[in-house]
Ligand binder design. Sequence first.
Ligand code: HEM
Length: 310
Amino acid sequence: MLDAAVVVLRLVQFGGAMILFGSPLFFLYALSGQGPCAAAALDWPRRLLAWGAGTLAAGAGLGLLAQTSVLAGSIRAGLAPDALIAVVTTMAMGPSSLIRIAAALIALGLLAWTRPGPVLWSLCALLGAVACASLAWMGHGAATTGPGRLVHLAGDIVHALAAALWIGALAAFLMLVRRSGPQSPDADQALHAALRGFSGVGSGIVALIVATGLVNAWFLVGPGGLAGLLTTPYGRLLSLKLALFVAMLGLAAAHRFRLTPALAAALGDPAQVAAAVARLRTSLALETMAAIGILALVAWLGTLAPVSAQ
Ligand code: HEM
């Protein structure tokens, strides 16, 4: 039960950290800076980031307790101050959890007391970047020793940041297509502009994810461990992850080459726009479920012995 709790709390931390990094950057590069559809004028951006920071703080705190309990053998022993102090002072996972808690609490303070706008979004993205980078010390990213250590560590950090750009954008898109009845033509235009804005960034994100994913796979599977992708628990979970990644790619391509042009053609006709947005909403929900599936698999992968260690 404790092991499952560690996996779930890793997933919660991935989700919170990725929203805190990826969503505010989306506000800056995909939403207009001025006018009624600017992120500062909408009611949900600050709430989305507060939700991300809040789940990150709770996930990192409980995650540290759960991981310490696993190491100490029981929840009672894990809650003993000595056990916690030992984990925080002797294991990389300890300080990295404290860094995520601090980044999340500072973000919550900023979100409570700073006016929404580019400065707030930039500060939240910076704190989100620190939180995403610290994930490497909670999984296999920082476990490699020897000459490849820095290559794997850097590759894993960039991998988490690139993944956060995609997942943070997905969270914002889900808020943008939430609709209770017809919207202003400005809002429809803003949604189309955001889809166009992301498709420009999207190809770069995918290239970074694949390149750094291969770096991770080089160290954790290795050129000689390919058979392990089907014969080991770690390998099978990683293969399932890659299958979900291909599904996300397919959905993202449909957004770019079919659903976004369809929305453009519908602009100006409220009935057509409503139908186009409904199709987008379904497709974005499917893509988000695949993304959550990937993060859940990675939360589990980080607790298993990789193929290269077997
Ligand atoms: C949308 C797609 C993807 C997302 C959201 C994603 C996300 C992540 C995250 C959050 C981690 C954990 C980082 C850590 O614990 O330090 C990770 C690890 C990893 N990813 Fe990805 N990834 C994606 C695609 C890929 C692809 C395409 C590959 C392979 C080419 C890949 C291979 C790996 C490997 C081998 C690991 C290490 C797992 C471990 O900790 O043992 N990922 N990924």
